[in-house]
Write a protein that binds this ligand. Structure first.
Ligand SMILES: Nc1nc2c(ncn2[C@@H]2O[C@H](COP(=O)(O)OP(=O)(O)OP(=O)(O)O)[C@@H](O)[C@H]2O)c(=O)[nH]1
Length: 344
């Protein structure tokens, strides 16, 4: 196996959730006579997690056709839907940028060479003009100068239009990069930042790139296993989405909200004192407590769903791990003291 640079897909680390996926994946391997290798496992993992509808459609149609996943097809699906989707987009943009820059640089080189040749030719011609008194010769030389000046103007115009085109294409590529970067840093279920993006923000923060005080709020849905067990994973997913949207409603635009894993979410709050962080967390907690979530299909109330929140403030010389651990410990205390609490 070759290890190329890649943007890692982000996975949930919950034991119970993964166990529930494993129980679905293994019979699937047997039923469809699919080789249980890591590529196929990753494909079926996303398939049973139902987080990638396009992949599910592709697998369903392949299975309908050939009843199994051929190795070549598996690799294609893996490359387009799982591992290197973002990387390929980056590579694609990279190549396009390279092409645009090469064209622009060739146009500049051509104009430069032409200008140099024209300059030399003008020098020769001015020497000729100085050394000849024949009017006919003067006329011929002037005509040559006019012709060469026009040719240089044409090359310069071509360079200008190449540079204008390059500028427009670079603007488009910049927009494409913004989109690709967004996909690479977004959690598919909630639209929040993903774990990878969170880790990057935390590295920045412990390097001192944000003004203190900085607080972290770690949020976890209470008894979420029960929500899944009672209402099923799809409604469980909708509850996670609801909580994500509710959090976004309460935070400032300079706060970063990420899905930390499973039903755990985290808010990074630069420039926010512990008291302010506690107040924001309390608003989120009480708003959630008041929410009356219903099953879409029949408006059946899901019952009270609450969240627990742990707050920590960045200390001098903290590592990202220490900082997160303190928020996690506070969350643990909130759970331990009865849940539906904010502890800081
Ligand atoms: N629907 C859904 N469930 C998830 C997801 N990620 C994790 N889970 C489930 O979340 C549940 C987490 O359960 P636990 O960690 O045992 O905790 P809990 O039931 O929330 O109990 P407390 O946290 O102690 O209040 C497990 O049942 C996981 O299967 C997800 O993306 N979607």
């Amino acid at each position: 196996m070759t290890h190329t640079k890649s943007i890692l897909p982000s996975y949930d680390f919950s034991l119970t959730l993964n166990e529930s996926y494993r129980k679905k994946i293994f019979p699937f391997f047997a039923e469809h006579r699919i080789a249980a290798n890591p590529i196929n496992y990753a494909l079926l993992y996303d398939y049973v997690a139902e987080q990638n509808p396009e992949l599910n459609k592709a697998i369903d149609s392949l299975l309908a056709e050939s009843k199994t996943l051929e190795s070549k097809k598996s690799e294609e699906l893996y490359a387009s839907f799982i591992c290197n989707a973002s990387l390929e987009s980056f590579e694609d943009i990279n190549q396009k940028i390279h092409r645009v820059l090469t064209r622009a640089s060739n146009a500049i080189d051509e104009t430069f060479n032409k200008a140099e040749q024209t300059g030399e030719s003008f020098e020769q011609k001015s020497a000729l003009l100085e050394n000849t008194s024949e009017v006919a010769n003067h006329q011929a030389i002037f005509q040559d100068i006019i012709r060469e000046t026009r040719a240089l103007a044409v090359t310069t115009q071509a360079m200008q239009s190449e540079l204008t085109k390059a500028n427009t294409e670079m603007e488009q590529l910049r927009a494409e990069l913004v989109t690709v970067r967004k996909v690479a840093t977004t959690d598919g279920l909630t639209g929040l930042l993903n774990r990878h993006a969170f880790d990057e923000i935390m590295s920045d923060i412990v390097r001192g790139n944000e003004k203190p005080p900085v607080c972290l709020a770690m949020l976890d849905i209470d008894h979420f296993k029960q929500v899944n067990d009672t209402w099923g994973h799809t409604i469980g997913d909708n509850v996670i989405r609801y909580v994500a949207a509710l959090i976004k409603k309460h935070v400032s635009e300079y706060h970063h909200v990420a899905r930390y894993g499973g039903e755990e979410m985290i808010i990074v709050m630069p420039g926010t004192s512990k008291n302010a962080a506690l107040a924001i967390a309390e608003n989120i907690r009480s708003d959630m407590e008041k929410s009356r979530l219903k099953r879409k299909s029949d408006d059946h109330l899901l019952g009270k769903i609450t969240i627990s929140i742990g707050i920590a403030e960045l200390q001098q010389n903290d590592t990202a791990e220490n900082f997160v651990n303190r928020a996690d410990e506070a969350l643990y205390k909130a759970k331990d003291s009865g849940r539906n609490k904010v502890v800081g």
